[in-house]
Ligand binder design. Structure first.
Ligand code: GAR
Length: 316
C-alpha cells in the first residue's frame, strides 16, 4: 500500500517536524514526509529536513496579504503532490479559503489540553490557573483558531516549582510521542474498513425510515420493512477493497461512470445493471458526494409517499 504523502509546515525549530520525520523512517509507518515548508527561510527545521533528503520550500510572508501567502504555500503543497498537511509550530493564522482546501486533511499540534488555552502562552496560563496537568493536543484544523475536532491528547503533570519553560520542555517530549501516532492513525483511517463503514452508516441512517441489517455478511441499508438502497462490500472474496454499492438508473449510467473513473467505479458482481460499486478506500473520497449517492439511491426505492415528503422538504 502506498504511503500517504504528508507535508509539514513549520516556522521555527521544527522539533515536531523532526519527530514526524524520524517516525516516518519506520518501514511500517503509513505516511512519508514529502515536503517541509516554512514562512521563515531561516527556520532551523528546514536545514535538518534538507540534510535528511526531504524537499523544502520557504517563502517569507512579509509584505504579502494572508491570501497571497497562503496561495503560495498551497501551490507548493500541490506541486509536492501533498495529501495531508501537518502544521508543526507554523505560527500563522490561516485564511478560511486555505483551510477549506485541506478540510479533514490538515492537522495541528497545540501545547495545551484543548479546548483549554487556545492561542499563546499556554503553559503560563495553565500554571497560573493552578491546573494539575498541562499537555498537548492534535486536532484537525478548521477556520477557527485551535478549534477543530481533537484527534488525540496527552496530559503532562505540572510539578511544584514548574516554570513555563520547564513545563514547555516536558510537554514537547509528549508532543513528539503524540503527533506521529495520531498522524499515522489519521492517514490510515480511509483504509480502515470499520471507519469507512461508520461513515456510510452515519449518512445512510440519517435518511428517513432507514435501517441497517447484515446481508450475506455485508452491512446493508434499507427502508424499514421496505427495499434496500445501499450495501457496503468489505473485502469481498478477499479482494481487500471497501466499496459502497448504490442503485443507479441502469446500464448506460453504469458504463458512463466506469468510463469516467474506472479506478473508483465498477460493476458489482451479482447485482446487475441497476447498481454501481464505488470504492471508498482510495484515500480521496468526497463524503458529501457519497451522501448524495445514498440519498439518490434511497429516493429510488422509497415508497412514493415518503419520497414525496423528502422532495417537499427539499423544496421548502
Ligand atoms: C510546539 O510546542 C507546538 O505545540 C507549538 O509550537 C511549538 C513548536 O515547536 N505550537 C503552537 O503553539 C501552535 N499554536 P517545534 O518547532 O520545535 O516543533
Amino acid at each position: 500500500m502506498a504511503k500517504a504523502r504528508v507535508a509539514v509546515l513549520i516556522s521555527g525549530t521544527g522539533t515536531n517536524m523532526a519527530a514526524l520525520l524520524y517516525a516516518a523512517k519506520a518501514t511500517d509507518c503509513p505516511y512519508e514526509i514529502v515536503l517541509v515548508a516554512s514562512n521563515n527561510p531561516e527556520a532551523a527545521g528546514l536545514k535538518l529536513a534538507e540534510a535528511e533528503g526531504v524537499a523544502t520550500f520557504a517563502h517569507p510572508h512579509k509584505g504579502l496579504s494572508r491570501e497571497a501567502h497562503d496561495g503560495i504555500m498551497h501551490d507548493a503543497l500541490l506541486a509536492a503532490k501533498t495529501e495531508f498537511v501537518a502544521l508543526a509550530g507554523y505560527m500563522r493564522i490561516l485564511t478560511p479559503e486555505f483551510v477549506g482546501k485541506w478540510e479533514g486533511r490538515m492537522l495541528n499540534i497545540h501545547p495545551s489540553l484543548l479546548p483549554k488555552y487556545k492561542g499563546l502562552h499556554t503553559h503560563e496560563r495553565a500554571i497560573e490557573a493552578g491546573d494539575s496537568h498541562g499537555g498537548c493536543s492534535v486536532h484537525l484544523v478548521t477556520a477557527e483558531l485551535d478549534d477543530g475536532p481533537v484527534l488525540g491528547q496527552t496530559e503532562v503533570a505540572i510539578l511544584p516549582g514548574d516554570t513555563e519553560h520547564s513545563l514547555a520542555a516536558r510537554v514537547l517530549i509528549a508532543e513528539h510521542q503524540l503527533y506521529p501516532r495520531i498522524l499515522a492513525a489519521h492517514v490510515s483511517r480511509e483504509r480502515d474498513p470499520d471507519w469507512l463503514v461508520a461513515q456510510v452508516r452515519e449518512r445512510a441512517l440519517a435518511l428517513p425510515e432507514a435501517d441497517e441489517v447484515a446481508s450475506h455478511g455485508m452491512p446493508c441499508f434499507g427502508i424499514i420493512k421496505g427495499k434496500k438502497f445501499a450495501y457496503v462490500s468489505v473485502d469481498h472474496h478477499g479482494d481487500g477493497k471497501t466499496a459502497l454499492l448504490v442503485k443507479i438508473s441502469g446500464a448506460e449510467e453504469q458504463n458512463q461512470l466506469i468510463e469516467m473513473d474506472e479506478d473508483r467505479y465498477y460493476r458489482p458482481a451479482y447485482f446487475g445493471d441497476g447498481w454501481i460499486g464505488i470504492r471508498l478506500d482510495l484515500g480521496d473520497t468526497d463524503w458529501d458526494h457519497i451522501g448524495e449517492w445514498l440519498r439518490k439511491s434511497w429516493q429510488s426505492v422509497a415508497p412514493k409517499k415518503l419520497a414525496g415528503l423528502m422532495q417537499a422538504a427539499d423544496a421548502f
